[in-house]
Design a protein around this ligand. Structure first.
Ligand code: SF4
Length: 350
């Protein structure tokens, strides 16, 4: 109970921390030391701050708490993918996945606990949105997955995708703040070009990203380039039609000159025909882009199935024939429900 009354020290900016130390008659450089412990070393206890005097540590303990995220459980897939349940300070759980490949290690992280958008093919969509993650909690997932990549695969994270639980643009401010921390030299110092935020498609917020001239990559989970089909699988499309998304994407591209990525999960007998490929190619040609065709992983009680390999090949050939860049993503971590659309599958089942 006592902790609840104390302020989370990580909510303080470097400047605020400096002001705090000065107000206590301490030297300003203490702020830099403590800030480094909190962000570069992700300390979860004031006693880890060994270059800070005992009396200052006591003062900090009396006034603040550190609401760090902890790994609650990790599951290891045969293909090397590691899915983590992260426990937050209020005992809520979110998930983050480490996907190691030969030449890179990608972290797939969450931006919300649960999700409000109810995409039909997604396990997370079956959970209610409980709350937004704050910037520190998002950053912590990245920090821990980086440690996991180093200790298990001897490599640093090379890419980060905001494709775990939640719709990142509905937690706009905290997501952008977390990216500032990840890219800052006070944090992990990663290039924003290694970070991709994936949205289900909220036109006015895509425009806002353009106005904010963000440097990271944007992916749109498209999955159907036809309003009727898209309304069926992604209710968010009812207020954000493909036409409004098109306009927002053109605007985003004009402001940032960043090539957008379209994610397209291919479902058997739903969006795997050549006519669907034609609609996709037509939609995608509005700006420079890249298309990822993703193999579907069935979730329990879901209405969709995986498309046949021949259909996927024909679909991809058609897109390629239109001179568009297309990759096929075979899913990873299926055996532990870590693949695309499966996060929270165990939570849904329980
Ligand atoms: S796909 Fe993304 S936006 Fe849609 S319900 Fe799942 S987590 Fe939410």
């Amino acid at each position: 109970m006592e902790n609840l009354k104390k302020q989370d020290i990580r909510a303080l900016s470097k400047q605020e921390l400096k002001a705090y130390f000065l107000s206590k008659g301490e030297k300003a450089f203490r702020a830099k030391q403590v800030y480094e412990w909190l962000w570069k070393k992700s300390a979860i206890d004031f006693d880890e701050m060994t270059n800070v005097s005992l009396s200052i540590r006591e003062m900090l303990k009396n006034n603040f708490t550190i609401n760090a995220v902890k790994v609650d459980d990790s599951q290891f897939s045969k293909d090397g993918t590691i899915k983590n349940a992260f426990r937050l300070h209020d005992d809520k759980i979110c998930e983050g996945v480490l996907i190691p490949l030969e030449d890179r290690a990608t972290a797939c992280i969450s931006s919300q606990v649960g999700c409000s958008l109810n995409c039909k093919f997604c396990a997370t969509g079956k959970l209610d949105r409980l709350r937004n993650l704050n910037a520190d909690e998002i950053y912590d997932q990245v920090f821990m997955l980086n440690e996991q990549a180093l200790s298990n695969y001897n490599q640093r994270l090379s890419n980060i995708v905001y494709m775990g639980m939640g719709e990142p643009l509905l937690n706009y401010r905290n997501v952008l703040e977390s990216i500032e921390k990840i890219t800052s030299t006070d944090g992990l110092g990663m290039s924003p070009k290694r970070i991709t935020v994936s949205t289900a498609g909220i036109a006015k917020l895509i425009k806002k990203l353009g106005d904010d001239q963000v440097k990271f990559n944007l992916a749109l989970s498209l999955h159907a380039a036809n309003d009727k089909k898209r309304n069926h699988i992604m209710p968010i499309n009812e207020q954000n039609s493909l036409d409004s998304l098109k306009k927002a994407i053109i605007y985003f591209y004009e402001k940032t000159e960043t090539r957008i990525t379209y994610e397209y999960i291919i479902f058997k007998n739903f969006n795997d025909e050549l006519s669907d490929a034609q609609e996709l190619a037509e939609f995608a040609k509005i700006t420079p882009c890249k298309i990822n065709i993703i193999e579907y992983n069935a979730i329990d009680n879901g209405e969709f199935q995986q498309a046949k390999r021949e259909k996927v090949d024909a679909f991809v050939n058609y897109i390629e024939s239109k001179s568009l860049i297309v990759n096929v993503r075979r899913s990873r971590g299926k055996d532990i429900d870590a693949a695309c659309g499966q996060l929270a599958n165990k939570l849904v089942k329980s």
